[in-house]
Ligand binder design. Structure first.
Ligand code: NAP
Length: 459
């Protein structure tokens, strides 16, 4: 009886604490819906942790972990090819440095705002912790839209962006990488500008560089491959596999392309992918060489795939991609692409597993629907951590002034993803929710950072 009461007391103290801090976070960030969505998901998972660990409550971990150490916002002025002046807003959210220098990508997309930057940087805290590598968490970017801009306009914009950002980053301070709208071309321009401003050559200031000048082999593939490695672990554990499965992948950018490639290598048939304009359905299996040419070389829209593959269908509404029956769905485009409706559609059509390649592609309601229906679910923080893991490997190679082979990087990536899967699985089991990898990822990531925060004192 006493034990029961004690457990009840512990639980209600944890619930009160989580509730109180969430109200505080809402009050402080009233208009930041993506950031509130990301914090709510974490908070829901952490209740059992606070019931067992009152020291985290005493140390105000939740209050501190939800407030960025620093947010930098700056003007980025640049001239287009006709001499017209434009102004965009740049951001860098330096969220948490308890495990190492801030680390996280830069996103160039017109939707970028403070809420999106903060949700991405917040998620990065737990993701980076899960990799087991010594990296803190940050995220940045701009509301600049690269679509329709000339090569020179992109160069002038990125140089102007880096001129300001360079004041706040460095190999031991904050190491940005790419994200939506920022690939090796943009990283190359930013790297050049940073070193021009610093009058030197600091190889480790950015990751995602081209392997011909300081980048790591395997970085381009890492997020997509890593997602598939993680999902394969989850499938195998449940007597399933990619082999012989039908797969849908949203997007056709960096993460999607290499998720498709690895899924094909493991014997799956990927039959659909998309861009923000619409999706293509090719029942013969997506021809990845065509997608790579269109997206990596020619900068074209995905509908042009049907020019080379007349059997394939193009549909204009990209969100309808989830109405295609499949065994495995890999949302790899952007946040909140799968809502309740899409989740129900996927389940009705027999989906067995979901793997989040993008950041927060499923909303909370959709995640709950998948879990309630026993659909295997690989959460983004864990499943897409392969990109940042190989970025950390790029930092190591830069420090040691050497380059690992593609095979060496891929082997390490696979090991990291297996370890992340094991951490998530074990944390879920230890806290009474076996198989719930959402809770497992949140808890396993949180514990690493929380312990470092306790050790470093109140700051
Ligand atoms: P990317 O190369 O810029 O590709 C994004 C792709 O998604 C593009 O094909 C884009 O099409 C498409 N897209 C955007 N909004 C869409 C929508 N509503 N429906 C369908 N497609 C849409 O970006 P990325 O690097 O692959 O990043 C994709 C996601 O993965 C993001 O959530 C990012 O934060 C996350 N992530 C990336 C990495 C990494 O290493 N790159 C690591 C971890 C997580 P348009 O060209 O038409 O816009």
């Amino acid at each position: 009886m006493t034990n029961l009461e004690t457990t009840h007391h512990k639980k209600s103290r944890a619930n009160d604490y989580v509730h109180e801090v969430y109200e505080l976070v809402k009050k402080r960030n009233p208009d930041e819906k993506e950031f509130l969505q990301a914090t709510r998901e974490i908070f829901d998972s952490l209740r059992p942790v606070f019931a067992e660990h009152p020291e985290y409550i005493r140390n105000g971990i939740l209050e501190r972990i939800t407030e960025p150490e620093r947010i930098i916002s700056f003007r980025v002025a640049w001239e287009d090819d006709k001499g017209k002046v434009h102004v965009n807003r740049g951001y860098r959210v330096q969220f948490n440095s308890d495990l190492g220098p801030y680390k996280g990508g830069l996103r160039f997309h017109p939707s970028v705002n403070s809420s999106i930057m903060k949700f991405l940087a917040f998620e990065q805290i737990f993701k980076n912790a899960l990799t087991g590598q010594p990296i803190g968490a940050g995220k940045g970017g701009s509301d600049f839209d690269p679509k329709g801009k000339s090569e020179r306009e992109i160069m002038r914009f990125t140089q102007s962006f880096m001129t300001e950002l360079s004041k706040y980053i460095g190999p031991d301070i904050d190491v940005p990488a790419g994200d939506i709208g920022v690939g090796k071309r943009e990283i190359g321009y930013m790297f050049g500008q940073y070193n021009r401003l610093k009058s030197g050559y600091e190889a480790g200031v950015l990751t995602g560089k081209d392997p011909s000048h300081g980048g790591s082999l395997g970085r381009k593939e890492a997020t997509g491959y890593g997602t598939v490695y993680f999902v394969e672990e989850m499938l195998n554990e449940n007597g399933l596999s990619f082999k012989g499965s039908t797969v849908i992948v949203s997007g056709s950018g960096n993460v999607s392309t290499y998720a498709i490639e690895k899924a094909h290598q493991l014997g799956a048939k990927v039959i659909a992918c998309s861009d923000s304009g619409g999706y293509i359905l090719d029942r013969n299996g997506i021809d990845l060489e065509t997608v790579k040419r269109l997206k990596e070389v020619e900068n074209k829209r995905i509908w042009e795939y049907t020019k080379d593959h007349p059997d394939a269908e193009y549909h204009e509404d990209c969100s309808e991609i989830w109405s295609i029956p499949c065994d495995i769905a890999l949302p790899c485009a952007t946040q909140n692409e799968i809502d309740e409706l899409a989740a129900h559609m996927l389940i009705a059509n027999g989906v067995k597993a979901i793997g989040e390649g993008a950041n927060m592609p499923c909303n909370i309601e959709a995640i709950n629907i998948f879990l309630e229906n026993n659909i295997l679910f690989a959460p983004a923080k864990a499943a897409n951590a392969g990109g940042v893991a190989v970025s950390a490997m790029e930092m190591s190679q830069n420090s040691m002034r050497l380059a690992w082979t593609e095979e060496e990087v891929d082997e390490r990536l696979k090991k990291v993803m297996e370890n992340i899967y094991a951490s998530c699985k074990n944390a879920a089991e230890s806290f009474g929710k076996p198989g719930n990898l959402v809770m497992g990822a949140n808890i396993a990531g949180f514990l690493k950072v929380a312990n470092a925060m306790v050790a470093h004192g109140i700051r």
